[in-house]
Design a protein around this ligand. Sequence first.
Ligand code: BJ8
Length: 427
Amino acid sequence: MEAEMSDYVKMWEDLGMDLETHDALCQVLPTAFGDVYLSQENRPEGMGFWDFVVSEIHGIRPSELIEAQKNGQKVFGTFCVYVPDEVVIAANGIVTGLCGGSQFWVPGGEKVLPKNTCPLIKASVGARLDRTCPFFRIADIYVGENTCDGKKKAYEILAEDVPMHVMDVPQMKRPEDIERWAHEIEIFAGAVEEQTGNKVTVEKLNEAIKIVNNKRKALKRVYDARKADKLPISGKDALLMMQIAFFDDPVRCAEMCNKLADELEQRIADGVSVFPEGTKRILLTGTPLAIPNWKLHHIIETSGAAVVCEEMCTGTRYFENLVDEEQTTLEGQYKALAERYMKNNCACFTPNEGRIDDIIRLAKEYKVDGVIDVNLKFCSIYDTEGFFVERALKEAGIPVLGIETDYTDSDAEQLKTRVEAFIEMLG
Ligand code: BJ8
């Protein structure tokens, strides 16, 4: 099934990509991946699937998506875990995440955005406008969402270049907000029907709800394995699985994650660990880590500690809470979707005490020694919320380190020094 590189070049050309610039990215990624990932010892065999996906990240999945498009399916590009994939799947559409996680795309974003915009937004806009990412080219339509100000305004710029549907996410969680969100999901369903030419029916939506719930359960199984005293998987590997979950077919994703979870559960039974005994356990909380942002995990896991959980959108927020599968009307299903998605605790909500409760709960469940609160530079909502996060952790007697960083490597040395000092202090 493996395609020739030349086939991919033809595909990228057809997508109107800037091949020369894209080449530069293709050259650095394998080295980066080798240094960060393949250098690890005793990795679970199941990670072979994800290694393979990364080795041809701009080839394999993109060519699948193009095949699907040839068969009449539509691809929806998303940027946020509030966008309900179920609705798209119910209309026989495909969802792919689009968040940019590499410095490579940031200068492209800076051509049109203020410099003091968070790197995730700059990279996402740069990847589209510079035509250097196939996923950004393939998507028939982007789905934006009113969450933080930076994204909201960036979607207006992207909308000049690509069809865009923006969902109005409430900023509070009162009953009337949840109702309004259910209505917003219904409006989205209308847009999805129009784009795909397919109707969202109760049966189809029920099937889609089950598909996505199964994916959530599978991801959770892998995370649950990280609660074990002897860690069967590194944080870096778990992060990779999570990052690719945003791009993959949801049924295959669940299958691969379940296979990995089987292996991890066996490792736990056999007492196999990828870290020496006594390795300090770290929970990360904060802004998302879009692929290939492996920077902080790599620093932590080469400084004598292990990341055991991410309270992030590329983490627990993506899979915790299931959608009720028992609804028999579209109205009931939209309400059930609204309720599940509104359980997600992003800092764009006010107040957002639920996130603090989540962090404390997860710190206990995963038996962590300390928490690192990581903020992408210029993300003011998470930065501000850090005040409550750090205060609550101190009150709970859990050591916490606040960090602000971006996609560059310029602060790596300094970060490593701070992380090492923090881990040493956990003593
Ligand atoms: S639900 S975290 S995916 S909005 S880091 S772009 S918030 S300035 S990504 Fe997010 Fe949805 Fe919330 Fe999750 Fe803005 Fe902050 Fe940048 Fe961010």
